[in-house]
Design a protein around this ligand. Sequence first.
Ligand code: ATP
Ligand code: MG
Length: 281
Amino acid sequence: MRPIAAQDSDARIAHLRLDRWIDYPRAAHVLKILSEMFDTPQRKRMPCLLLHGDSGMGKSMIIEKFKRTHPPIYDRSSGVEYHPLIVMEMPAVPSQRRFYAELLQVVNAPYAPSARIDALEFTTLKVMQAIQPRLLIVDEIHNLLAGSPREQRGALNLLKFLSNQLNCCVVIAGTADAVLALQSDDQMVSRFRRFELARWRESDEFRGFVQAFEKTIPIRERSGLGDQPMVQALLEASGGLTWLVADVLTNAARLAIRSGKERITVDLIRAAALSFESSAM
Ligand SMILES: Nc1ncnc2c1ncn2[C@@H]1O[C@H](COP(=O)(O)OP(=O)(O)OP(=O)(O)O)[C@@H](O)[C@H]1O
Ligand SMILES: [Mg+2]
């Protein structure tokens, strides 16, 4: 960060806006579970996972990170693009038609949107058998709740069906509402192992997270974000939500640059949280 910290204020503030990935033990643990699932040899009942946590805890960031290291593989001799990993979102309208359409779209498969549902299902299965997914991740699974009970059951059955037909692992991710949606189905409850990305509390892991964050911020003095008063102020300002921790820290860093203070203080964290609250109103 040092060369960037030497740049002028505007360049550094522009740098603050860039996305960053911060490693922390629970994320590493989820990535390890995903890797193990990805490497599971095919068997009758493939392991499945429900990753849940409040909105903004970082579920999609973890999935994106995993996706970056598992790209599709193009086989020149057969002309087939294999997708060992498929990542999709549960459509906001969780009908079977939308689900199939989304699934085909993320693997770049052509399909006729007006096709009858059984034709769409047939196409999807054929395409999936050709591209051989080992792991299917469906994010934003809480969108299920926007559907009628019948649609919800239909979508859950579809996931089971795909997992069984293709012998692939399924991961679904979403908020606590996702847990509710699953509870309507006993078989799903028994089939899906659960992992919760709970809100941050005071812990070595949180201290580690904010210390790692500090290393990505282009300011010139040490802030000591892992120190007790800072940690407490951050938890108060964010309610333990990752996106708010990141947002408050980014705003506080901007204030530290603009004011010439060049370090984040407890007061700046509070000011950043307040400016966030007023802009949200
Ligand atoms: N590992 C991380 N490193 C850096 N920033 C992170 C990390 N995880 C989460 N964040 C911050 O939190 C924000 C929200 O993360 P993300 O979109 O993954 O949450 P989510 O759990 O998928 O939320 P939702 O349920 O609303 O989809 C990110 O845009 C980023 O600013
Ligand atoms: Mg998400």
